[in-house]
Design a protein around this ligand. Structure first.
Ligand SMILES: [Zn+2]
Ligand SMILES: [Zn+2]
Length: 128
């Protein structure tokens, strides 16, 4: 992912988005945040040992093993996400039970239809 792309994704959070943009934004991973922070000078360049919380810039000591921490605590993580209009929730892939179209939702595991129209159509059809 280039810096340009990442910037576009972050910016798009502030504007109306089309499906593609949302899907792209939704698939952002923690690693991407790390590199975004890194590129923008939000965290220490010594990324592997000690870094700063992406949100409050407190120093975080990284454990030798395991995932790199980007935030000192969960509060900072969610505050940062809100600040960047980002949704990093899990993306669920579905197939519409009405029209068969593949679609995605963020954080909504149980959605069955791609649209309200499909939901209504399908309910009408299956009520026979
Ligand atoms: Zn913090
Ligand atoms: Zn549908």
């Amino acid at each position: 992912m280039t810096k340009y792309e990442t910037d576009q994704i972050f910016k798009s959070g502030l504007q109306n988005e089309d499906d593609k943009t949302i899907a792209k934004r939704m698939s952002i991973k923690a690693k991407t945040i790390a590199s975004y922070c890194y590129r923008n000078g939000l965290i220490d360049s010594n990324i592997d040992s000690i870094s700063e919380c992406c949100y409050c810039h407190e120093k975080i000591e990284q454990k030798a093993k395991g995932k790199k921490r980007l935030f000192c605590n969960d509060k900072c993580r969610s505050a940062w996400r809100r600040a960047h209009h980002m949704l990093i929730e899990h993306v669920y892939h579905h197939v519409c039970a009405g029209c068969g179209t593949a679609f995605k939702t963020a954080g909504n595991k149980s959605q069955k239809y791609c649209s309200r129209q499909c939901y209504l159509n399908h309910r009408k059809g299956s009520a026979v």
